[in-house]
Design a protein around this ligand. Sequence first.
Ligand SMILES: [Zn+2]
Length: 227
Amino acid sequence: MWNGKNKAVTFSYDDGVETDKRLVELFNRYGLKCTFNLNSGIMTPESKWTENGILIRRMPPDNLPEIYNGHEIAVHCSTHANLTEIGKRKIRREIKRDKEKLEKIFGCEIRGMAYPYGAYNKKIMKAARKCDIEFARTVNDTHNFKMPDELLAFGATCHHQYEGLWELVDEFIDYDGEEPAVFCVWGHSYEFAVNDNWYRIERLCKKISGYGNIFYGTNSEVYLKKC
Ligand SMILES: [Zn+2]
């Protein structure tokens, strides 16, 4: 399945905020791969907000290829618009502009996407397909390891904050079946600052990494089997 292995681990993190740097370092230390979903139309100093007293800022485009080196970049729409609240043309523009700008910044083809706010419908999926998006993540978590039937609206296994995370990790590590199994975790790196729980993601990286029978790849490598 994936380099002869039938279990795969991948991550999907949104918004392109400053705390992604720390998350990338963590992933790199443990040999893990992530797909980062970015909003190229709002990579400005004004794009900041506060949660729980913590200042959250999107990063400017300048050093992004260096920062995300070794990981995958995907569309999260140009201005993080809720696609269910805008018309067809604007939907296309949000996806297409982001894809094109990210391709320019990173110098590679962008294949994936995560829907802002997880908001999507049939019309939006169709628009994504027309913009050559090959897979798009929702926020409808599966809490299982099945490969998705519909790549343009797939759910991750769980959010990193999910209360059943550790049971799922143990179940995945023990899994020895014939069916290919994917463990996909999603979230926003700023949540670790806001909740003061970087230890949670570090524990997850430590627990799930280093297995010879698990493939560690980006969303493209895992879902499109491009590896
Ligand atoms: Zn987002």
